[in-house]
Design a protein around this ligand. Sequence first.
Ligand code: FAD
Length: 383
Amino acid sequence: MKQKSIIIIGGGIGGIVTARDLRKHIGSQHKIILIDRHSYHAFQPSFLWVVIGWRTPAVIIKPFTSLEKYGIEFHQADVISIEKNDKLIVTDQGNFHFDYLVIALGADNDLPEGISENIRANTFYTFEGAVELSKVVPTFPGGKIEISQSDEDIKYPFAPFDAAFLLSSFYQKRGIGDVEIIINSPNQEPLPFASAEINLHLRKLLDEHHINFLSDSHLNKKQNGQHSSILIQKKSSSQDISIYIPSMKPPDALRTSNMLDESGWIKVNKRTLQTDFDNIYAIGDCIGIKMENGKLMPKAGIFANNQAEVVAYNISQELEKNSDRKEFSGYGFFFVETGNGRASYIHGNLTTDTKSKLSWTDPNVTLHWSKVVLEKYWLWRWL
Ligand SMILES: Cc1cc2nc3c(=O)[nH]c(=O)nc-3n(C[C@H](O)[C@H](O)[C@H](O)COP(=O)(O)OP(=O)(O)OC[C@H]3O[C@@H](n4cnc5c(N)ncnc54)[C@H](O)[C@@H]3O)c2cc1C
């Protein structure tokens, strides 16, 4: 069989799992190329642990060159566009031809200008932001910490709550009692896609930790298409810490791709992750899968991971001319860090039933350690 080129653009959770699983399924016959704008992968679920000093920045990043030992070619390049008819990926380092393409570019953070240099007003949604915040958190003398969600839909909607609980427990342990933590959210409920019962559990925990959840609070996000810098200027002169949870947007490289639907994200078959175009698949945060209530599934690494496994298997079957196929089920699980070395657990299927099928387990120590093991396993297993 003629050698085929399978290109994966984006080396986040979805891209790496696709590349590794594909190599496992297809042996050495075909070319697997991974393209990312960075030289290293940064594991986003560990960003908050960097903020509170549980991880050094160095241990949660891995160079993409470590994929080469698995026969995966890596190119550091910025993807500029996808030329579907010519089967070309256009990058700032030249063009790449593909026979099969997996788009795993994630979701871009829409950040106010200057936020990455600001220490007291920053975001842990980027690696740089998490590192900057880790410099102020240990020396914070007490005061107000505001965690402000800029949009109804954010990447991994559990993260603002993880942050609030972890910071509350961090200062409590150090005997700094005078810390007021506020979560500003434009939503009415902490997790709008989850049932009333799950939101009740979460609200109860927030109350127990004296974390103030302010619903329906809208940040003065954009003026004339520009982000307002009020938030950054206001906070840079005070002792308080302001944490910004950015809204998200599809990567620029997809803007001219004709693949985005009215939701703004790549349109795929929700079971096979195939786009409307031959031999082009898309997975992870850059796609939009609707739940039964018409809203989009929340974005999470567990979905990117599970979708990657489906796509890698199905491409391998197609290459082998086998008819067996896997499907993405919509199942996901999430640990919510609740402080004091504990985590709660939410799991269920988000594509079949939007609310009733998610279940909640009260926080315990084992669940927190399960999250730690998962992180260690992920970084060891895949890179
Ligand atoms: C603070 C935080 C905590 C989280 N915690 C969890 C958790 O506990 N559990 C969970 O399931 N999920 C969690 N998530 C969400 C999870 O990290 C994402 O859903 C997941 O990383 C999405 O995977 P992806 O492969 O779609 O995209 P990403 O992992 O974001 O990867 C996209 C890749 O594409 C590259 N890229 C983008 N544009 C270009 C371009 N033009 N050219 C070249 N390369 C490009 C980027 O450099 C990046 O490497 C968390 C997210 C954050 C921010």
